[in-house]
Ligand binder design. Structure first.
Ligand SMILES: [Zn+2]
Ligand SMILES: [Zn+2]
Length: 346
């Protein structure tokens, strides 16, 4: 079985690993599609992010779908050949936060492809994966590529939940990478009225338009257009900050209306906060980190045709072209979500 292993920054290798057999309650999945995430790119380009550093080789990847190849004892509700989206969220189920159903805060989380704990949690970019049956969302009717979008979609559905009621509200999205684009889709689905999206690149802003943003603003060339939303103490009820860049957050504060909510999704390292301005406007700041049950909601919304992620899968590479895939995935002039097709390998 081939897998995509990061050894250090810029040292990505395709390696053979032994196949495993599913135990009770588990399934073996023949991987079909895997999306390259911002965190995978941080490991690829920089060997980690913030305090999180690679200390041993790690299989990357957590945005995956595949077909059930074998069922372990006692598994019901899934069948061989079925397409499933695989949730990378694997909380322990018995720590204090799991007991409070705050699964994304689990003390013993084993999220695929994460160097946060040591030993690192090995990821899902491999041709064959053993997973717990309860991680699998049946994805009948979707393409493998769509099913592999369930993970980043879940991130944004969780963020919408963090924002509180959004029906009829005005929403600003800063940063139109994959999470920004999916935040636009999720906010619209939740009933947002006005959606304005900002970024520094024309390609990503075109994609934001395609996702349904009412207005897009290129902050590199037309930053004044955002200032127009700052009149009379501001416009936006909710900000989804998806860039992780301090200037994006700082620049958005004047356009927030008093009492508004900032939902921070971007993990770009530590950011300076304009606390004075936030205090005077009584803004709330909420973090949003991963997801849990939203994963299954996302698959369901896609199956019903209520969220269409297909236009945002911009490239698909064969497994053997993994390095090219990683180089392309971070290129915001042409990629929203680049995926790997695990069925295509020499
Ligand atoms: Zn991801
Ligand atoms: Zn736990």
């Amino acid at each position: 079985m081939k897998s995509i292993v990061i050894h250090a920054a810029k040292d990505l290798r395709i390696e053979d690993r032994p196949e495993e057999t599913p135990g009770p309650g588990e399934v073996r999945i023949a991987m079909a599609a895997g999306g390259i995430c911002g965190s995978d790119l941080h490991y690829f380009h920089n060997g980690g992010f913030g305090d999180v550093r690679l200390k041993e080789p790690m299989i990357l990847g957590h945005e995956v779908s595949g077909h059930i190849a074998a069922l372990g004892d006692g598994v019901t509700g899934l069948h061989e050949g079925q397409l499933v989206a695989i949730s990378p969220s694997r909380p322990c189920g018995h720590c204090r936060f799991c007991r409070e159903a705050m699964y994304n805060q689990c003390l013993n989380m084993r999220f695929y492809g994460s160097a946060m704990p040591f030993p690192h949690i090995q990821g899902a970019f491999r041709q064959s994966l053993i997973a717990n049956a309860i991680q699998c969302a049946p994805a009948d009717g979707l393409t493998p590529g769509e099913a592999a979008m369930a993970e980043p979609l879940a991130v944004t559905l969780h963020a919408v939940r963090q924002a509180g009621p959004i029906f009829g509200k005005s929403v600003l999205v800063t940063g139109c990478g994959p999470i920004g684009i999916l935040s636009i889709l999720a906010a619209r689905r939740a009933g947002a009225d006005l959606i304005v999206a900002t970024d520094l690149g024309e390609f990503t802003l075109d994609m934001a338009k395609k996702a349904g943003a009412d207005v897009t603003i290129n902050m590199a060339t037309n930053g004044d257009d955002l200032a127009a939303y700052s009149a009379e103490k501001g416009t936006f009820d909710v900000l989804f900050e998806c860039s992780g860049a301090a200037p994006a957050l700082k620049g958005a504060i004047p356009a927030m209306r008093p009492g508004g909510t900032i939902v921070q999704l971007g993990l770009g390292g530590d950011m300076q906060l304009p606390v004075q301005a936030m205090t005077a406007k009584e803004l709330s700041l909420k973090g949003s980190f991963r997801f849990h049950d939203e994963f299954f909601t996302g698959v369901s919304l896609m199956q019903k045709g209520l969220i269409d992620v297909k236009p945002f899968i911009t490239q698909t590479f064969a497994l053997d072209a993994a390095i090219e895939a990683f180089e392309t995935a971070g290129d915001r002039s042409k990629a929203v979500k680049a995926q790997i097709d695990f069925t295509k390998a020499a």
